[in-house]
Ligand binder design. Structure first.
Ligand SMILES: NC(=O)c1ccc[n+]([C@@H]2O[C@H](COP(=O)([O-])OP(=O)(O)OC[C@H]3O[C@@H](n4cnc5c(N)ncnc54)[C@H](O)[C@@H]3O)[C@@H](O)[C@H]2O)c1
Length: 329
């Protein structure tokens, strides 16, 4: 493993909790520190590692540069996952993705410069490409014209990281993920459908016309991709698309959620809000080329349908066990 001391920013969240599991499963790892403000992070995501002395949890906000810098001291690899999770929120709070996105990444690289931490693995997103329809984007696709402030903040984050790589000797991999699904998910279309269907199996409101079509990748495939890139990347700065290579529509996800909830075929009335997008800034069609990450040895294990099915089933389990409604601590 490249690095033995990991610092996961946003580590108490959905994706972060799976990095925690994977890293702590390796005896080579000496330290895993989670730095999180618990805005969407949850204690139960890492509670099962409570007795592992290599795990440290620091409650703090990335906007507090002094606290971030102090906490980051003496680590080797930063996994940066903290950002505003609600893409649609910018319609009513337009600066949210600057304050809880771009600004956070600026503080992260600055803390790395101050502490001499050399490596960052950054969760960017497919939103950097903007709305390019059926075109399959390679990482070299240009120009990048994001249509949401979320996409703009991811693109700005990549730019900040690349500039720090060249100016201050940091090395980085940025990952443009498709939609990530799996256990402990706290938001997203499959999660949302399953939650609402359990409350009311008779009607399901769907944002848009249901034809939005994207890749849904299982979190285990994402963790494999990121850790493979951490090992194998030779460039000081590199960007990778990470997606399944297949696609599924929102209506198909609704049908899958209905099936997973055990609801009779035909019982649920699907009510569409209409229009091609789910919300302002939504990209209805996303196609990502993944040749670059495959070339360094990564292979995706699950299709979008299988990934969604497994994650909806585990979400239903979590909802039934009352874990999803656990209050923030
Ligand atoms: N889930 C997806 O489908 C997906 C797809 C592409 C990219 N990403 C990116 O991956 C990252 C992780 O996503 P996730 O799904 O795990 O989301 P998440 O909301 O579960 O995790 C984000 C974590 O960051 C923490 N956080 C947010 N703002 C913070 C701040 N100011 N200071 C400290 N901690 C803060 C939250 O409490 C949370 O624990 C995000 O940056 C997201 O944009 C996610």
């Amino acid at each position: 493993m490249r690095g033995k001391k990991f610092f996961i920013i946003g580590g108490a969240g959905f994706i972060g909790s799976h990095f925690t599991d994977r890293l702590l499963s390796s005896p080579q790892i000496e330290t895993v520190t989670l730095f999180d403000n618990f805005s969407s992070g949850r204690e139960w995501h890492y509670k099962h590692h409570e007795k592992d002395r290599r795990l440290r949890v620091i409650r703090g906000d990335v906007k507090d540069l002094a606290a971030l810098t102090k906490a980051m001291t003496n680590h080797e690899v930063v996994i940066h996952l903290a950002s505003n999770p609600d893409i649609a929120r910018a319609a009513i709070e337009p600066d949210i993705d600057f304050r809880e996105g771009t600004y956070l990444t600026s503080n992260v690289v600055e803390a790395m410069r101050i502490t001499g931490t050399r490596r960052i693995l950054y969760a960017s997103g497919s939103g950097v490409y903007g709305d390019i329809g059926e075109v399959e984007a390679t990482e070299n696709y240009a120009p990048l014209i994001p249509i949401s402030t979320y996409g703009a903040s991811k693109s700005a984050g990549e730019g900040l990281i690349s500039s720090y790589c060249y100016m201050f000797d940091i090395t980085a991999c940025c990952f443009r993920f498709g939609n990530v699904v799996g256990p402990r998910q706290t938001h997203g279309v499959g999660f949302d459908f399953a939650k609402r269907l359990l409350e009311d199996p008779d009607t399901l409101k769907i944002l848009g016309d249901g034809s939005q079509s994207k890749s849904y990748i299982h979190i285990f495939d994402v963790v494999n991709a990121v850790l493979t890139a951490n090992e194998k990347t030779t460039e000081s700065f590199q960007v990778y698309n990470v997606a399944t290579g297949d696609y599924i529509t929102v209506t198909e996800i609704a049908d899958l959620a209905i099936e997973c909830c055990g609801i009779k075929k035909g019982q649920t009335q699907l009510e569409y809000s209409g229009g091609k997008r789910g919300w302002k800034g939504d990209v209805p069609i996303v196609r990502l080329n993944t040749d670059r990450i495959k070339k360094i040895g990564w292979a995706c294990q699950r299709t979008s349908k299988k990934a969604l099915m497994e994650s909806i089933q585990s979400m239903i389990e979590d909802i039934k066990m009352g874990r999803m409604s656990e209050p923030l601590k």
